[in-house]
Design a binder for this molecule. Structure first.
Ligand SMILES: [Zn+2]
Length: 420
């Protein structure tokens, strides 16, 4: 395994960014398409057969000795948030290529085919919906919900797909059968401070917290801020403030029980100083690995909204953007990774992922493992996101061993002029 070469791949991909500060590669944009096209060239150089599925996932295949066997897959994503980091997703993709390059150099033949998958639209930063590509592959896509989804510039998902030469009416065809895949591996940066603070190199993810996301519209009545007596007001922002604090109080009560909640965005209409706020849009994110705790936080949110109606005469409309269940990852693969780390003398620990990943959707399709390496300072979705070359080397080694193990290397037959 060649860490420097993997980092070269990383830098080559990250040359495609629409901002100078950090990395910005929003899915289905021109710069994203260019990065994908450029990466495809590297895959073809490694003699992989490459295809794009109907949702824009890039799938590269290294044939196995028995092509009918299910493939051992690995992958991650190349789309980013606005002014994001160089490692989130991109590292996992670059690592998969490095694994395949190394196998090619060593002339390894495996019984099972290998697949490298670059998932489309992992980040929710463009359309407000995360992991669209892997959801489509796992048959988890809600087509009706996606029909009305637009980005900040008003471009619909359908239009963005069309510009990529894709048809939103066909994306359900990206779904794959369980029998096609033997296992899926994703190497990813932790995006949190746990590994670094515990002094461990590898995080073996046991479960992924799933987000439930709401857009909540609270309607009151816009009115003159000078002439409207307090008793006559229907102030949507004051009501929203109560909801925000109620969500925070509930999440604090559930601290340590496996769920957290955040109101991360608030848009006020008309949003001027001398008008009583007429309507407010809140974006709420509830996530956790414990279903009961998540459900309790959702109930606390509903209760707070119901109180608005009673106490303030405000109307609340709840729109569920996404609602996903926490996902348990494969125990056997986790045990395999633990054994690999022990054998290589790499420190490792079990952990849960607070962030969603493509692995959580792939886990519905086949046994899945998610491998974390430390994020320096726990920083992610930030231009200063970084992981050390030493930690990346460890991640590469573990990923390589795991894939080679599952794909079942065929011992080379001693040929003429060659000794065993
Ligand atoms: Zn990611």
């Amino acid at each position: 395994m060649n860490v420097e070469r993997a980092l070269q791949t990383l830098r080559r991909i990250n040359a495609f960014s629409s901002t100078k500060r950090g990395i910005t590669r929003l899915v289905y944009t021109d710069v994203y398409a260019e990065a994908l096209y450029d990466f495809e060239k590297l895959l073809i150089q490694e003699n992989l057969s490459v295809r794009r599925d109907p949702v824009g996932n890039l799938i590269a295949r290294r044939e196995g000795a028995d092509p009918r066997l299910p493939a051992v897959a690995c992958g991650s994503h190349l789309d980013t948030v606005v002014e994001g980091g160089a490692y989130d997703g991109t590292l996992g993709v670059a690592a998969c290529l490095e694994v395949i390059r190394t196998m090619n150099e060593r002339g390894l033949v495996t019984r099972h085919p290998l697949e490298l998958i670059v998932f489309a639209a992992e980040e929710s930063s463009r359309f407000g919906v995360a992991t669209i590509g892997s959801k489509a592959m796992a048959g988890l896509l809600d087509g009706k919900r996606l029909a009305n989804v637009r980005d900040r510039d008003g471009v619909s998902l359908a239009e963005a797909l069309r510009r990529m030469g894709l048809d939103i009416g066909q994306i359900h065809l990206a779904r794959r059968r369980r029998s096609e895949l033997k296992a899926f591996f994703e190497l990813h940066v932790e995006q949190g401070p746990v590994l670094e603070s515990r002094g461990k190199t590898i995080g073996i993810v046991q479960a992924i917290a799933a987000p439930t996301r709401y857009v909540i519209r609270i309607d009151g009545k816009a009115a003159h801020s000078g002439t409207t007596p307090m008793a006559y007001r229907k102030d949507a922002l004051a009501g929203a403030a109560e909801v925000i604090l109620a969500v925070e109080r509930a999440a604090r009560r559930y601290e340590g029980k496996g769920a957290v909640a955040t109101v991360g965005a608030c848009r006020v209409q008309p949003g001027v100083m001398n008008v009583v706020p007429g309507s407010v849009e809140l974006m709420v994110d509830i996530r956790g690995t414990a279903r009961p705790a998540k459900a309790a936080l959702a109930r606390a949110l509903e209760a707070a909204l119901a109180r608005l109606q009673v106490d303030r005469g405000l109307r609340a409309e709840v729109n569920v953007l996404s609602d996903e269940d926490p996902v348990q990852l494969d125990r056997e693969l986790a045990a395999l990774i633990e054994a690999i780390c022990r054998k290589r003398g790499i420190s490792a620990m079990p952990m849960v992922s607070g962030a969603g990943h493509d692995a959580m959707n792939m886990a519905r399709l086949c046994p899945t493992a998610l491998i974390f390496i430390p994020s320096q300072g726990g920083l992610s979705h930030h231009p200063d996101e970084r992981s050390s070359p030493e930690d990346i080397a460890a991640g590469l080694a573990v990923l390589y061993d795991a894939i080679v193990n599952l794909a079942e290397v065929i011992p080379r037959q001693p040929g003429r002029g060659e000794t065993a």
